[in-house]
Write a protein that binds this ligand. Structure first.
Ligand SMILES: *Cc1c(COP(=O)(O)O)cnc(C)c1O
Length: 376
């Protein structure tokens, strides 16, 4: 074990030097990490730093490879390699921005990105070239233009606050934004996407939660990728949110080495349901530059979900979605259970035989791709 590994940092780690000081990177890698840090921001808050596996001499080369938390937040030289199919704006948001900070792709809803700061910087983020600690705060004039855009688009009934991470705003600023949007008659729903409840649960103070008060429907969508992110502190913070009658959903990204096995995905989904959080989306990875090492093939994603159907409660079932490159939007790409030729629904795994009461968990299901899958 490294001599530093025991000490958990008390503030967010933001530099290669800080990572080395805390035993999270080797001193020899400093210059490489500095080059990387110039392109993609680093931030590992204490709650995530505490979850990192300590490095050890046996796995020093691949320490972060073995760690589903480390993989998500520790910079990696592979991020500087751009695969041929990767693009800076993989889902085509830029072309759909009528005014700065607003993205409008669907008729009834639009994104508002009041800032581009995050509590941590995910190494696989599709906005990773835009987000950062000093980026993208909409000033008063820009916010006013965004509000005016919403006021003049009556078909838009839902505002999705995202970024960056809107819960990194001060309670005062957040309250002003929520008040202002709530005052627009045709806005019915406010939705906020955030990693703060997992990355900085201590930030969810009563003051910050007061800022979320509105007469309109308010939904929170958290972003969790591994069961270990749902610590007792995180679950308590979620309870404080839920106590305010705010429903909480989650989205996850399917990531190689993080949640690409049946076991890891099942634990994540179960941990969410136990925290009263409804899994909403499982995202297929967007092809942002330098993220190829996280790629899981679509067929593997479909197979994972197929294996979970029936095996875990329906409450835990997320919609597996792909954001079509170029701006066409999200589409469900999960497994099919209806064989096209016969229109016969296929049974899921984990079902019980009703006739003789005998329980069986192992069965073979002929999937629509013609392959036979055996489940235990
Ligand atoms: C993902 C996304 C939404 C929200 O889509 P839902 O399917 O309602 O969650 C809205 N606008 C844009 C531009 C998006 O990328």
């Amino acid at each position: 074990m490294s001599e530093h590994s025991g000490a958990s940092p008390s503030s967010t780690l933001r530099t290669p030097e800080a990572l080395i000081k805390h035993g999270l990177a080797e001193p020899e890698t400093l210059s490489g990490l500095q080059a990387l840090a110039e392109q993609f921001s680093i931030a590992i808050p204490p709650a995530f730093a505490a979850l990192l596996k300590p490095r050890s001499p046996e796995n020093s080369d691949s320490a972060c490879n073995a760690d589903p938390i480390g993989l998500q937040v520790l910079p990696d030289a592979r991020e500087l390699v751009t695969a041929p199919h990767e693009r800076a704006d993989p889902i085509g948001d830029d072309a759909l921005s009528p005014v700065p900070g607003v993205v409008h792709r669907y008729e009834d809803r639009a994104l508002l990105k009041p800032l581009l700061v995050c509590p941590l910087y995910c190494r696989f983020c599709f906005r990773r070239e835009h987000v950062g600690p000093d980026g993208g705060l909409l000033d008063e004039a820009a916010l006013e233009r965004a509000f005016t855009w919403f006021e003049t688009h009556p078909k838009v009934t839902e505002v999705i606050l995202t970024g960056g991470d809107p819960l990194m705003l001060s309670p005062r600023r957040l309250k002003r934004i929520i008040r202002r949007l709530s005052g627009i008659p045709h806005i019915q729903t406010l939705r906020l996407h955030s990693r703060v409840p997992l990355a900085m649960p201590e930030r969810l103070t009563e003051e910050l939660l007061d800022a979320l008060e509105t007469e309109k429907a308010f939904w929170l969508v958290i972003h969790a990728n591994h069961a270990s992110e749902l610590t007792p502190e995180v679950r308590q913070a979620l309870r404080r949110v839920q106590a305010r009658a705010i429903p909480v959903l989650s989205q996850s990204v399917l990531l190689k080495g993080v949640n690409d096995t049946v076991e890891s995905l099942e634990s994540l989904l179960r941990a969410l349901v136990q925290a009263r959080v409804k899994p909403y989306y499982l995202h297929h990875l967007d092809a942002a530059p330098g993220t190829a090492h996280f790629h899981v093939p679509v067929e593997q994603g479909r197979s994972l979900l197929r294996q979970l159907r029936g095996r875990v409660t329906g409450l835990a079932w997320p919609t597996y979605v792909l954001d079509i490159p170029g701006g066409a939007g999200k589409v469900p790409i999960g497994p099919d259970y209806l064989l096209a030729e016969e229109q016969t629904p296929q049974p899921p795994s984990g079902t019980c035989k009703a006739t003789d009461g005998e329980q069986f968990r192992k069965r073979r299901v002929q999937a629509t791709d013609g392959q036979e899958h055996s489940f235990t």
